[in-house]
Ligand binder design. Sequence first.
Ligand SMILES: NC(=O)c1ccc[n+]([C@@H]2O[C@H](COP(=O)([O-])OP(=O)(O)OC[C@H]3O[C@@H](n4cnc5c(N)ncnc54)[C@H](OP(=O)(O)O)[C@@H]3O)[C@@H](O)[C@H]2O)c1
Length: 319
Amino acid sequence: MRAAYVGEPSTADPAGAVLVGDVPAPVAPDGWVEAEVRAGALNMHDVFTLRGIAKPAGDGPHVIGSDAAVVHNGQAFVVYPVLPADNAAGRTVTHATLLPDAGHGMLAERVVVPHAHLVPKPAGLSWEEAACLPTAWLTAWRMLFTKAQAGPGKLVLVQGAGGGVATAATALAVAAGATVVVTSRSAEKRERSLALGASAALESGARLPQLADIVVETVGPATFEHSMLSTRAGGTIVVCGGSTGFTAPLHLARLFAREVTVSGSTMGTLEEFRDLVAFVDGHGIRPAVDSTADLADAGRQVGRMLAGDAFGKLCVRVS
Ligand SMILES: NC(=O)c1ccc[n+]([C@@H]2O[C@H](COP(=O)([O-])OP(=O)(O)OC[C@H]3O[C@@H](n4cnc5c(N)ncnc54)[C@H](OP(=O)(O)O)[C@@H]3O)[C@@H](O)[C@H]2O)c1
């Protein structure tokens, strides 16, 4: 079967490390089922794998991709992409390892997944729109609604508006009744965020007219100081990653004097994923897809992600 997989990991050229070709079909362990992948989406985690930072289990070839919309027994599903794992302290956590890290990447014609991870695909979504939900959208969901209480009366600041997690956070927070302000380096992305329902779209680093209750922080050092300056007393900054790096200055006096909470967040539970899918379906939300390429061009999509020009998710049509 055809798949996109890691050739020689490369720090300098992760897009060039993507190979597309035949790999052995996966075998379903007990409790897992086979499914045909219709579409997938890419994430920074795939770049970490292609750079050799994230190391999948097994001998390979290591198929990339955490996100898939699939067909199983003639029915359409999206795949919850996280496997439980033991953390460093030996305590089982409910959302830890991504399927590709366990040797079960999703950018392949056929995949195997735990049966319980199949969640019915909303009929109103295209295959590629549905494929956006597992990683970026689940992450945004947990950031907004588990780690913070986004909803009516809340002002949510979304930094780096064009990102996969950021576009999800904007759309979800708007649908939940929050007021959303975004920042972006790009005038075009600011314009497109307004079309997603943001009330205001500012240049990165610009002063907010009013301090935010909740900040969705995915950018890291380039925006973190601005996030601290933009949070009201008692507000929450939720951090899930750092597109510009992982070390940022923290103004301690602002943190304690204003009693700001900085909260880390990673992916989400199966229950959160089901809630997300139902919410997207119920509100008729359509994930922002930057572009969709054929499986043969998966490496080009990785390159587009690294270029930083995309608005929304980079998708791949598989079959
Ligand atoms: N913890 C988790 O479970 C989890 C899950 C998903 C993602 N993540 C992490 O979250 C981060 C974002 O992921 P993503 O998928 O949303 O990435 P993405 O789609 O590549 O988006 C990154 C965004 O960051 C902004 N950005 C990049 N460079 C910037 C700069 N110099 N100044 C200001 N903004 C800049 C860009 O916004 P503008 O172009 O609009 O300015 C861009 O749209 C990554 O670090 C990823 O690894 C973590």
